[in-house]
Design a protein around this ligand. Structure first.
Ligand code: SAH
Length: 241
């Protein structure tokens, strides 16, 4: 009798485990499949060719950087809302900007606009030296926690105004600005290494911008215009200029 009860107890304890583990795994499988479809249909089919970028875009769990209600849309071909009225860019734009940065394994990279932490995680798949600044405290804290939880704890997140860059960590091989600016913040260009690349959505902060790549050649900027984009505005110091 007693043995029977113990057995029954084991079944009752084990049952929820048996039900929930496969359910969870199945769900993760669904996201992994969607992620790999996204790489194929949104990145490879367009102009993303860098093997490192394609690999990391196929690995970073984008669905875990957005709120639960947006998880099902995480691998769709469009941006998504995050907290505080901000947005996470469409996967293709994340991949395109990352590809233009040409990140090498030992490169030091600075991101302005941590947001959800997704772009920072993508960069962390390419180098160990990622620094990211976010001006909204809640977002900075939440992103740092998400990154730590998902194993991207090497990313350095700072709460502050990215207009001034991160002097103590400079110079950088690459800088990525993920909010719209009407000019290149001079401290950022200053903190860029000779031969380094800076990518920034440049133009009107309320309407459309041009994704712009600026390389530092003999101390001077060489500017290339890539494509039209729409980003949330950079705020803080830049609004005073
Ligand atoms: N790269 C993010 C998305 C960025 S959305 C991701 O992958 O999720 C743009 C972010 O830039 C917002 O979170 C916004 O708060 C931040 N931002 C705006 N102005 C800023 C500034 N001056 N310095 C740092 N971050 C800024």
């Amino acid at each position: 009798m007693k043995r029977g009860l113990i057995f029954l107890g084991m079944i009752l304890i084990g049952l929820p485990l048996l039900v929930s583990v496969p359910a969870l795994t199945k769900k993760e499988d669904v996201f992994a499949r969607r992620r790999s479809n996204m790489v194929q249909s949104q990145l490879r089919s367009r102009d993303i060719t860098d093997p490192g970028v394609l690999k990391v875009m196929g690995e970073v769990p984008r669905h875990l950087f957005v709120g639960e209600r947006y998880r099902n849309q995480a691998y769709n071909d469009h941006p998504l809302p995050i907290d505080e009225g901000q947005t996470i860019s469409q996967p293709y734009i994340v991949a395109l900007m990352t590809q233009y940065l040409e990140v090498d394994k030992d490169d030091k990279v600075l991101e302005i606009g941590t947001g959800s932490g997704y772009q920072a995680a993508v960069l962390a798949g390419l180098t160990d030296k990622v620094f990211s600044i976010e001006i909204r405290k809640l977002l900075a804290e939440k992103a740092a926690l998400t990154l730590r939880t998902l194993g991207y704890g090497a990313v350095n997140v700072k709460y502050g105004d990215g207009y001034f860059g991160w002097k103590e960590a400079s110079p950088f091989d690459a800088i990525i600005v993920t909010c719209a600016a009407n000019h290149i913040p001079p401290p950022l260009f200053k903190q860029l290494k000779e031969g380094g690349r800076l990518i920034i959505p440049l133009g009107s902060t309320t309407y459309f911008q041009t994704l712009t790549v600026v390389s530092k050649e003999k101390g001077k900027p060489r500017v290339d215009h890539i494509t039209g984009v729409r980003f949330v505005p950079m705020v803080g110091e830049i609004e005073k200029k």
